[in-house]
Design a protein around this ligand. Structure first.
Ligand SMILES: *Cc1c(COP(=O)(O)O)cnc(C)c1O
Length: 348
């Protein structure tokens, strides 16, 4: 099967497995794992933050960041389909006691004006205090959409003005940086805390980073341990992440080019793809527009050898390109998708 369900389906490459096999390791909880220490040092530098903390998953990284930035009863503003609101099982309420304040976004983005209108001061006696704004770049549920750097900057400025902390869920930050043509730090340094994920397009088996100021990361390390995320010879995993920083960031541009080519070929074949939405490694397919139910469409695609997945938008499927997908896979998928869905090709 050509597995385009998610970039989490990416497999560690043989070279990454070699890096894993030869990793120098130690007790991570004691801060004695040289590979984890190296990864944290490099990640902090790459993200333009004082310090970075290695954790098993980006979900944990987000939850730790929220715990560091807010107190129980505080409010976090995020886009209504942000991963932390729809895919972390209520974690912000469980781990940090936060109220969540969803804003409806456009392509995953919301504006500084909307934050100004929504933010509440807790000094009125009754209302929860808004303390945190969380943005997601690229935004998963909208189809890997990018926050342009100027929008991130404007949001950061508004947060400073309103004395709100800004968290960046940058699970796919490197996709955003490549698509924007800027350094990852240019985006990440605008936020007070940032999460990156190694198990998506970077192709690692697991791993994530939360970064921020030294003072915040000292607390992050305590929460990491409290949440059960302090590990032992974690360099086995961190070695894959170091390898990915060296070898799998630049190549994300290939994934973007392949997603674009898939989208254009499907569009030409008359498939319901909005090309304007294809900014990174996702292609969205509105099967409702051609009268198909999501479940039926997914079954037909799977029978035709192509794996896509549903999204939170009714009737919309996604194809996610990653390092396991070759040019040939794209050719085959571009042919199989319209054929199995019964999309008539345009007459030439
Ligand atoms: C996948 C994802 C996460 C969580 O990553 P895990 O490592 O799977 O926990 C967080 N945020 C976004 C935007 C994601 O896409």
């Amino acid at each position: 099967m050509i597995d385009l369900r998610s970039d989490t389906m990416s497999q560690p490459t043989p070279a990454m497995r070699e890096a894993i096999a030869s990793a120098e390791v130690g007790d991570e909880q004691w801060r004695e794992d040289p590979t984890v220490n190296e990864l944290e040092r490099r990640a902090a530098e790459l993200l333009g933050h004082e310090e970075a903390v290695f954790v098993p998953t980006a979900t944990m990284a987000n939850e730790i960041a929220l715990r560091v930035l807010g107190q129980p009863g505080d409010e976090v503003i995020a886009e209504e389909l942000a991963h932390m609101l729809v895919a972390e099982l209520g974690g912000p309420a469980v781990h940090a006691g936060l109220m969540t304040r969803p804003l409806r976004g456009e392509g995953g983005r919301f504006s500084p004006e909307e934050v100004r209108a929504a933010a509440r001061k807790g000094d009125l006696g009754h209302v929860p205090a808004t303390r945190i704004v969380a943005i997601e770049n690229t935004h998963n549920q909208s189809g890997g959409r990018v926050w342009p750097l100027e929008d991130v900057r404007a949001m950061a400025e508004t947060c400073r003005d309103l004395e709100l902390a800004l968290h960046l869920d940058g699970a796919r930050l490197f996709n955003a940086a490549i698509a924007s043509g800027v350094e990852p730090a240019a985006i990440a340094a605008e936020a007070d805390t940032v999460t990156i994920c190694f198990s998506k397009g970077l192709g690692c088996p697991l791993g994530a980073i939360v970064a921020g100021s030294s003072e915040r990361m000292l607390r992050a390390r305590r929460y990491k341990h409290q949440f059960g995320g302090a590990m032992r010879q974690a360099g086995i995993v961190a070695a894959a992440c170091v390898y990915a920083l060296d070898h799998h960031i630049e190549r994300l541009a290939d994934d973007h080019a392949r997603a674009r080519r898939l989208a254009e070929t499907l569009h030409e074949a008359g498939a319901p793809v909005d090309l304007d939405q294809v900014e990174t490694n996702f292609v969205q397919l509105d099967v409702a527009a051609i009268g198909l139910e999501v479940g039926v469409a997914l079954e037909r695609l799977a029978a035709g050898g192509v794996g896509l997945s549903g999204t939170m938008h009714p009737g919309v499927l996604r194809a996610v390109v990653h390092l396991g997908i070759s040019d040939e896979d794209i050719d085959r998928a571009a042919e199989a998708i319209p054929r199995t869905l019964g999309v008539p090709a345009h007459a030439l």
